[in-house]
Design a protein around this ligand. Structure first.
Ligand code: AVJ
Ligand code: FE
Length: 464
């Protein structure tokens, strides 16, 4: 994968593809390495039981690699219906005759063995668009990583402690910036055209194509995602109680649901048994201890443990409505997805086309949280914006719409059926996103009320 204006790069080698397939599978197995009861239970009506996701990734691989690209006779056509995401809403999936955990593991491993045979035999220079450049393998690798991230969201919703690994992350810039960073540092993006989307990245989805020129006026965009500390100022200023900041639908929603903070936050300390601060990794802010105090401060539940809200971490688990309201309160607005992408400089990643290094972005579940603001100066884009990739998905002001000249590939249910004024676009990936499933052109989307995803935001404003 290279510069998006260059001729299509040589197909990803078979060894690289095999390694990416193995990496995705290692994640899926790690996130389902628990008692059967936790796998078959529905932890939230928003989510599938984990065992559904597990067999679904195998079924998707069977459909696309084995049947569509490999021409292999269906292994288990009778289960296609159960694992078709369009046939049964998530809330109904527990009542389906799902494969049990052991059977699901056997099924996906059987599929995977044949997938590796297809990979062995395939000609990656075959002009067939499913095979060219290994597209169909990229499709299933990214699909599995997307479900891995969904599984993490399910595990976070479950409130079960001890299931998810945490880790170390680089420190932020709080000390350098002084005790209280007042407001956001912003970077300037000059006016002019840029190339949005891609024609050349071999694993790009249909919704990232075709590339097209976008001419934008000058704007400012926040150097970092909005932090918990920034967001607490909005809360303290009565942001949730002031209709001036909210879209009418958003206002109605927060009133009706009684929402007054990001999902998983509670005020007044660690309450209840599950609320005890236990374990050595209960608090690892990497910022010299600048987190909200307990007592009447804010706490959050993260993978089953309570911890003080770390002020310098990007805020996560906020809806689009909350992000939009914060931006208005701050005298700014959310960036359009074009503004977000242009700030990345027109390359695969903000720093260029090379794969992410650990000092450039917080991706791939290195730790189970975003890194503090300022932790990745080496990952800055050409205009100075940092942490565009990784940490938290960033809400943009844009609806999920097709680019001019869009053509559905390989099937309309990946992107096309979601186009319209229903879903808002998110960009950049989160700490839970794998590097194989993110790039500056990647477009994610969700309902504006959704908060269980690992999403935050940054603000922008017109220059002048
Ligand atoms: C692109 C993350 C919105 O998880 O619903 C998974 C990806 N598509 N299986 C989702 C997807 C089919 C999709 N998102
Ligand atoms: Fe899926």
């Amino acid at each position: 994968m290279r510069e998006r204006h260059a001729p299509p790069p040589p197909a990803a080698g078979k060894e690289l593809i095999a390694a990416e397939l193995a990496a995705a599978r290692a994640r899926s197995l790690a996130y389902t390495d628990m008692e059967d009861d936790l796998l078959v239970r529905q932890h939230s009506p928003l989510m599938s039981p984990l065992v559904w996701d597990l067999a679904h990734v195998g079924n998707y691989e069977e459909l696309w690699v084995l049947r569509a690209a490999g021409g292999i006779t269906p292994l288990r056509p009778e289960i296609d219906d159960i694992y078709d995401a369009f046939k049964h809403p998530r809330k109904d999936r527990p009542s389906l005759p799902l494969l049990g955990p052991a059977e699901a593991r056997r099924y996906i491993s059987g599929v995977r063995g044949r997938v590796l045979d297809v990979l062995d035999a395939v000609d990656l220079d075959d002009p067939d668009p499913l095979r060219a450049g290994g597209f169909v393998f990229g499709l299933v690798v990214q699909h599995e990583h997307q479900h891995d991230e969904t599984m993490l969201a399910t595990l976070q919703l479950s409130g079960e402690p001890g299931l998810i690994q945490d880790g170390e992350l680089p420190a932020g810039c709080a000390q350098d910036a002084g005790e209280t960073r007042s407001g956001q540092d912003e970077v300037f993006v000059p006016p002019g055209p840029f190339v949005m989307g891609t024609d050349a990245l071999p694993w790009a989805y249909d919704n990232e194509r075709p590339s097209h020129l976008m001419d934008l006026p000058a704007y400012w965009i926040d150097r970092w995602p909005v932090s918990n500390g920034d967001y607490l100022a909005f809360i303290a200023d009565g942001g949730y109680d002031d209709p001036r900041w909210w879209r009418p639908e958003g206002w109605e929603w927060v009133r009706q649901k009684g929402i007054h903070a990001p999902l998983f936050w509670t005020r007044g300390g660690a309450e209840g048994g599950a609320g005890r601060r236990t374990g050595s990794h209960a608090v690892h802010t990497g910022n010299g201890g600048r987190h909200a105090a307990g007592g009447d401060g804010w706490w959050r539940r993260r993978f089953g443990r309570m911890e003080p809200v770390p002020l310098d971490e990007p805020v996560q688990h906020v809806s689009w409505y909350e992000a939009d309201a914060y931006a208005r309160w701050a005298g700014k607005r959310l960036p359009t997805e074009a503004e977000w992408e242009k700030a990345c400089g027109g390359r695969r990643f903000p720093w260029g086309d090379a794969d992410p290094r650990p000092d450039q972005a917080n991706l791939g579940h290195r730790a189970a949280r975003p890194a503090p603001v300022g932790a990745y100066p080496a990952g800055a884009g050409p205009y100075g914006a940092e942490q565009m990739i990784g940490d938290v998905w960033e809400w943009t002001s844009s609806w999920f719409q097709p680019y001019p000249g869009f053509r559905s590939f390989p099937y309309p249910e990946y992107s096309e059926v979601f186009f319209g004024e229903t879903y808002r676009v998110l960009r950049g990936g989160s700490w839970a996103t794998h590097s194989a499933a993110i790039r500056t052109t990647f477009r994610n989307w969700d309902y504006p009320i959704r908060r269980q995803i690992f999403a935050g935001f940054r603000c922008a404003r017109v220059a002048g």
